[in-house]
Design a protein around this ligand. Structure first.
Ligand code: ADP
Length: 270
């Protein structure tokens, strides 16, 4: 064995090892940076409602002998508290989805129930925005996953569709079952999304129109939850949009047969 060959080989292995370590360190740095950004963004987002609550509490103190004013300030505190609740709820959902064991209760999920629950949760919002909420497409379709998380994901799409739509327009939730795949599409006739924003809106805290999203109570986390929830179920999110005309977000999930104990008849027909 030529000792020069041995030492050349050792140096190649050494170089590979160094490269591997460098790659690992860079990946670690990237993750650390993401974590730091998330903490910074979250704190920034929490500051606004917390600041508002403390200002309103001061206002109540100084308006103590004017019951009408006190009621107005109290209602605004309650609205800010609601916003804080939504924000912390979404932050928790997102961090759960990013954890190793992201899905807690996994089993057969009836898409009919996911759609019914997510629509039900937004009927009041649709009514007050004067947006018509409709449901169409296939029934009796199942996926494997966590029903609560899917309800939250579809609900976020419905909530956005209503928020970014004009009065008198329609938001449709449709289901299409194909071989091995089910598509849940939420369509609106709203403001649409510019091409340049279509990738970025799925990032945490990214908003295409910062001012509008804040005014309408947006957190900038809704679509990030949709993306992670879908990926956790082995699926993907697709987006079609035309600015000024509307958008359609489609969640595509792997489909399973109807569970035997629920609907044995449909299973054999499929
Ligand atoms: P937000 O709470 O701000 O709505 P999301 O993560 O749900 O946060 O959405 C990110 C951004 O994507 C929104 O701020 C908005 O600019 C854009 N967006 C989401 N859904 C729609 C939609 N249906 N129509 C138009 N723009 C949308």
């Amino acid at each position: 064995l030529d000792p020069r060959l041995v030492s050349a080989r050792a140096s190649v292995i050494g170089t590979r090892l160094v490269l591997l370590i460098i790659r690992d360190v860079t990946e670690q740095e990237r993750l650390d940076q993401m974590r730091r950004d998330f903490v910074a963004n979250t704190s920034h987002e929490l500051k606004t409602p917390v600041g508002a609550v403390s200002l309103l509490a001061e206002a109540i103190e100084s308006a103590a002998d004017d019951p009408a004013q006190v009621r107005i300030f109290a209602a605004r505190i309650s609205a800010e508290a609601g916003r804080l609740g939504q924000l912390t709820g979404r932050i928790m959902s997102l961090s759960r989805l990013q954890a190793e064991d992201g899905l807690t209760k996994v089993g057969p999920v009836a898409i009919d129930e996911v759609i019914a629950s997510s629509i039900e949760a937004h009927v009041v919002q649709a009514d007050s925005a004067e947006v018509e909420l409709t449901r169409g497409g296939d029934r009796g379709v199942f996926v494997r996953g966590d029903a609560q998380i899917l309800i939250e994901a579809v609900g976020n799409l419905i909530a956005n569709a209503i928020v970014y739509s004009p009065r008198g327009s329609r938001v449709g939730v449709g289901v299409r079952a194909e071989d091995g795949v089910v598509e849940i599409a939420v369509s609106d006739q709203g403001i649409g999304i510019a091409e340049a924003d279509r990738e970025r809106i799925f990032e945490r805290f990214y908003r295409a129109d910062e001012a509008r999203s804040r005014r309408t109570g947006g957190t900038g986390l809704g679509l990030s939850i949709v993306k992670h929830a879908t990926q956790r179920h082995g699926g993907e999110v697709r987006l079609w949009s035309r600015p000024g005309r509307g958008s359609t977000f489609t969640i595509r999930l792997p489909r399973i047969d109807a569970p035997d104990n629920l609907d044995a008849g449909k299973k054999s027909k499929k």
